[in-house]
Design a protein around this ligand. Sequence first.
Ligand SMILES: Cc1cc2nc3c(=O)[nH]c(=O)nc-3n(C[C@H](O)[C@H](O)[C@H](O)COP(=O)(O)OP(=O)(O)OC[C@H]3O[C@@H](n4cnc5c(N)ncnc54)[C@H](O)[C@@H]3O)c2cc1C
Length: 385
Amino acid sequence: MTESEDLAEIRRAVQALCAEFPGEYWREKDRTRDYPGEFVDALTRAGFLAALIPGDYGGSGLKLDAAAVIMEEIQAAGCNGASAHAQMYIMNTLLKYGSEEQKRAYLPGIADGSLRLQAFGVSEPTSGTDTLSLRTVAVRDGDEYVVNGQKIWTSRAEHSDLMLLLARTTPREQVAKKTEGLSIFLVDMRQAVGSGMTIKPIRTMMNHSTTEVFFDDLRIPASSLIGEEGQGFRYILSGMNAERILIAAECIGDAKWFIQKASDYAKDRKVFNRPIGQNQGVQFPIARCYAQMRAAELMVHHAAQVYDNGGNPGAEANMAKMLASEASWAAADMCVQTFGGFGFAEEYDVERKFREARLYTVAPISTNLILSYLAEHVLGLPRSY
Ligand SMILES: Cc1cc2nc3c(=O)[nH]c(=O)nc-3n(C[C@H](O)[C@H](O)[C@H](O)COP(=O)(O)OP(=O)(O)OC[C@H]3O[C@@H](n4cnc5c(N)ncnc54)[C@H](O)[C@@H]3O)c2cc1C
């Protein structure tokens, strides 16, 4: 399959931008757990983070396949798209279900970089993957909602102006269908922090700017509600296909980085007077990872195509995410093995990327839950939970 010249051009443009942010930049950020603000600003200035925003609202109105190419190239260059990826996939909920007024109010600012929509508040400490059990509530009070509860793993909350928040608006016992009663809000965090919203960073094994967010009688205008009250779960589910495809594309980029890095090193490193890559025991794992990555890549492209053609790629997006995250993790492990002891030294970036790549078989959805989805919805097996 040959790629269109438009996509190839996007690849080259992202590669050129990423070349300005070499390994030392990321190592320093990793060491200090600093947000890579310069990188995110550069991506924003170049218009990459506004790829999915329609032209009428100041974006470039590209399709998901183009957004996927952007995310893949960021990772393949050794950079870390997790600093900004949510802006791409959160967008879908606002685009699809936001009112015209909300889109006019926010999208042009997001497109020109004066507003950041980077925070997505779904996960909670007690509910885990069981999203319908979440406990954060938003209670209508006149022309406001009052929010109480807690989110966990809300990444980039300290570096975002806006948060897409999922909260319960009708008690679970009072809804006709269990998927109803949750609502989505676009919360302006600039007003909320210190007036009922508190953010606490969580230090993790990689530099991910993730946090806990506490809501204590936070008052937000009723106009923050996106779409219809009680339908929020449905709205985020539809956005999750885009999220999975974009994360899968990032994993493909990571796998390509590890494979390239390992191949280069195996050609160069001499032990017993010959390149280590001359040994089949070293070259076969690299070749196997390449084949695994290419197979996953086909599924990512297929899922993006189904999405862009207006289909519902629930199964394809899930499979793409699972296969690509497994391919990137296999490549990460292979790369450390190929580097031997040097795989553990900071200066090669392998250990940093290894830590970063580990996330994606767990988040934004873990492999078990994808398998459960396929078992139930594709194969017709009984629901297991
Ligand atoms: C660094 C990081 C950043 C994140 N960023 C965000 C963010 O920005 N916004 C956000 O809302 N969330 C975010 N998350 C949360 C992430 O989406 C969840 O961690 C992920 O969905 C897994 O949920 P959990 O951690 O609650 O695991 P749990 O639900 O507690 O599951 C733990 C383990 O049990 C398995 N399991 C659970 N139930 C079943 C079952 N029925 N059958 C088989 N296996 C099962 C899971 O597969 C998993 O392996 C982030 C997480 C991390 C670590």
